[in-house]
Design a protein around this ligand. Structure first.
Ligand SMILES: [Zn+2]
Length: 482
């Protein structure tokens, strides 16, 4: 099995060797793709870093219902290629992931669910690999809708999906159900509506799950309101549209004690409100995404609709405020909001093109170039923001590499002898998720090389630094470009 010599443990100065079996269906790229020799190879990993695997609590895999954009297979492959070991799938599937039985076989996406004998989207996604006889290279959790059909008229019913939560009726669950629990609530794509807000907070309280909130209340506009929107002649989205939901939900968190996590925060005024709420000790966390750190609305002039997303890219001052909010700890974690669309859809113009970009396969490079090379945070902190912190949001613990070494390496070895971690000999590998990083690699983003089905990214051709080289899950390497 491959042996990685002289790799550095991410948050220490320790240099170790790691022996890691290749997973049966591993995706192997680069010089070793298609070769038989990978199994016994020794790799000089000097200068590389072993870290806990990345986790993304904000991805859209479009399965069921829109698999022409992305499927579970392509979305999971994109995750592994980006160094991710764990993702949280958002509920705006078709039909929506609201726990309701799918009854109308003619409804969009219904045949995909009913065709494999499943009755609702949660069950469908939990049993995806088994039902479709495929290997999905990453672990995933599910996020249930806040409202039925994500329509914002009626909150979802806890009794419909409570059994899918971790720790609830675990004895009655099969292995697939145990592996892919419902760990959060969200109507991502839109904010919880005024009609449902009391019921949704009650739902979050009763379930104990985090409410993940997409903070926008507007229903008009396509890009950030400002000089760029005026130059383009496209209706603008005012900056305070985000703040209004942030403030409303902070008040509700104060009143109910429910943990609210704000997605992709994009404005300085929202960060100020979140900073104050955190100082008050309220159960508030937030994320931002690579594009809000690296692009302002000026990017619309260069990349067109490949820079159209919700919330919209904001002003340069907001972009800098977002980087500063990462530096001062206001931002708890980084998420991609990986949102696949076809290029034909993206060519519909500013008014009609769907919102969002894909992000999994270049997130680390873009964030590293912006935040670490930009002097905002350290290499270690970036890894923490992409692994330890998002895992915590999903209710999991990231792999503690040092604790794993302490447990699995020979305590009676010579003092100062290099430790060797043999993942092939580890008995309980369930919780293990690791990534091999080249924190200094300079590379150019090539969307044609992505494993995602989609190509909608403004980062094509960008020169970035920092690249995931291998992804290890459950003690085996599922992806390698070593
Ligand atoms: Zn989203």
């Amino acid at each position: 099995m491959p042996m990685l010599r002289n790799i550095k443990v991410w948050n220490t100065d320790e240099i170790i060797d790691v022996k890691v079996p290749l997973a049966a269906d591993a995706l192997v790229e680069g010089v070793r793709s298609g070769t038989d020799g990978f199994d016994d190879v020794e790799i000089d990993a000097t200068g590389l870093t072993l870290a806990p695997g990345f986790a993304d609590p904000h991805v859209h895999f479009r399965d069921p219902g829109q698999t022409y954009k992305e499927s579970m297979v392509s979305g999971c492959a994109a995750s592994a290629s980006g160094g991710y070991t764990d993702v949280l799938i958002m509920p705006n599937t078709v039909p929506a992931m609201d726990g309701e039985p799918v009854t109308d076989p003619e409804a969009p996406g219904a045949r995909e669910v009913l065709g494999v004998g499943r009755t609702d989207v949660i069950d469908f996604l939990q049993h995806y690999a088994t039902d479709h006889d495929v290997t999905l290279p990453v672990r995933y959790d599910l996020c249930v809708c806040a409202s039925k059909g994500r329509a914002g008229r009626e909150a979802t019913e806890l009794e419909r999906w409570r059994r899918h939560m971790p720790g609830v009726d675990d004895q009655a669950k099969d292995a697939d159900q145990l592996a892919h629990p419902v760990t959060a609530i969200s109507d991502d794509g839109s904010a919880v509506t005024p009609e449902t807000i009391d019921d949704v907070f009650a739902l979050a309280k009763a379930s104990g799950l985090t409410l993940i909130e997409h903070c926008e209340h507007h229903d008009t506009g396509a890009v950030n309101d400002g000089p760029v929107s005026r130059a383009l002649g496209v209706p603008g989205i005012p900056e305070d549209t985000e703040l209004k939901i942030v403030e409303r939900d902070i008040a509700k968190a104060r009143e109910t004690g429910v943990h609210v996590h704000f997605q992709h925060v994009s404005t300085a005024i929202s960060f100020d409100a979140i900073r104050a709420a955190k100082a008050e000790g309220l159960p508030i966390t937030c994320e931002t995404a690579p594009h809000y750190l690296s692009l302002s609305d000026e990017a619309l002039l260069k990349y067109g609709t490949l820079a159209k997303m919700n919330p919209p890219l904001r002003s340069e001052a907001d972009r800098k405020a977002t980087c500063e909010a990462v530096a001062d700890g206001t931002v708890d974690l980084l998420a991609t909001d990986h949102a696949p669309h076809t290029m034909a859809e993206k060519e519909l113009g500013f008014l009609d093109a769907p919102n969002g970009i894909i992000g999994l396969e270049c997130a680390y490079g873009v964030c590293h170039a912006t935040l670490v090379d930009g002097g905002y945070i350290s290499d270690e902190r970036l890894i923490e923001l992409m692994s330890v912190a998002p895992m915590r949001l999903m209710g999991h613990e990231a792999t503690d590499v040092t604790a794993l070494l302490d447990r699995e390496t020979d305590a009676s070895r010579e003092p100062d002898a290099k430790r060797v971690l043999d993942l092939g000999a580890v008995k309980d590998t369930d919780g293990i998720g690791l990534v091999v990083l080249d924190t200094a690699a300079a590379w150019t983003v090539d969307p044609e090389a992505f494993h995602s089905k989609a190509r909608n990214t403004p980062f094509g051709g960008w020169d970035v630094t920092g690249r995931p080289l291998a992804t290890i899950i459950g003690g085996a390497m599922v992806f390698s470009r070593l």
